[in-house]
Design a binder for this molecule. Structure first.
Ligand code: GLV
Ligand code: MG
Length: 305
């Protein structure tokens, strides 16, 4: 099972823009990624590596999880992204984000390359984790094998922008429901596929970006849907999305208190009264209720409740 770090809010930071990198140090996000992929123009790809290395080695990131998104494996940049960033800043890096993963071979390739660079530079073997972005039809159909491809995997990340484009979804607003599909959630299938593959392999599941950054209520509605399914967090693109993500992926105080009540009542029932089920305020509780309460309590504790 990969490391379970807080990933309620995952901030996207263009790796080619030092001003955004500085701003990111002030935001209360759980995780950030310095992007070498789609937020960086082709002409800036190589210079962005230096900016990213400097940002990591200069530090100032507190307890945020530090990650870098490299370019995808269909490009000429990926191997040098990995080698440059890990050789020069591997000691200040927690994970790499691999985009557009379409099969387990992509993850294994990165695992092997990381092992080599770690060995060559004296970094802790296996110390750098992997987050795999699932963002097209092939990634979705292969997601179970992808999720089982490496012990370094920590999370699967949904990429709605590339996904919507790859399946010809009739929408131009990334993360938003496509007009004309009015009766359900057009992303339900892919979110559940990712969540099932992640949980079956002890990984976290992270929802992708919502691009209409001026509409926090719409961001919140999108986050609520994946949080309700069980997702651990969501990408944020703008400071005003950060607080909403931290709130939506943290249990409410009411749910947290209720979970603790369930745990106490169930412990009393099984340990003192030797019963496998108990009624609390008109609700029947059994071992499965205890497990559900443990999830809520665990998420609350991780968020400092
Ligand atoms: C993120 O990479 C996306 O494609 O949504
Ligand atoms: Mg993408």
């Amino acid at each position: 099972m990969g490391q379970q770090r807080a990933r309620r809010s995952v901030l996207a930071v263009p790796g080619s823009n030092p001003r955004f990198v500085d701003k990111a140090r002030e935001l209360p996000v759980d995780t950030f990624f310095l992007d070498l992929e789609d937020a960086v123009a082709p002409a800036e790809k190589e210079a962005a590596r230096d900016t990213v290395v400097a940002a990591l080695t200069e530090g100032g990131w507190g307890d945020r999880t530090r990650t870098v998104r490299v370019n995808d494996l269909s490009t000429q940049w990926t191997y040098r992204d990995v080698i440059t960033v890990v050789e020069r800043a591997g000691h200040a890096l927690d994970c790499l984000v691999l985009p557009k993963v379409t099969g387990p071979d992509h993850v294994r390739w990165l695992d092997l390359l990381l092992s080599q660079v770690e060995r060559a530079t004296g970094l802790q073997p296996g110390g750098i984790g992997i987050e795999a972005q699932i963002e097209d039809a092939r990634g979705v159909t292969e997601v179970d094998r992808i999720a089982a491809a490496s012990d370094r995997l920590e999370s699967l990340v949904y990429g709605p922008a590339d996904f919507m484009a790859s399946v010809n979804m009739k929408s131009l607003v990334v993360g938003e429901q496509p007009p004309g599909y009015d009766t359900g959630d057009a992303f339900h299938h892919v979110l559940m596929r990712i969540l099932m593959a992640a949980r079956a392999n002890g990984l976290q599941a992270v929802d992708g970006p919502y691009l209409r950054v001026g509409d926090v209520d719409a961001f919140r509605a999108s986050a609520r849907r994946s949080a309700a399914l069980g997702f651990d967090g969501k990408w944020v693109l703008h400071p005003r999305q950060v607080e909403a993500a931290n709130e939506v992926y943290t249990p409410s105080q009411e749910d947290y208190d209720h979970a603790k009540l369930v745990l106490d009542a169930y412990a009393h029932a099984t340990e003192v009264r030797r019963r496998g089920a108990v009624v609390l305020d008109g609700e029947m509780l059994d071992e499965a209720s205890r497990k559900m309460a443990l999830v809520v309590a665990g998420k609350g504790r991780a968020a400092g409740m």
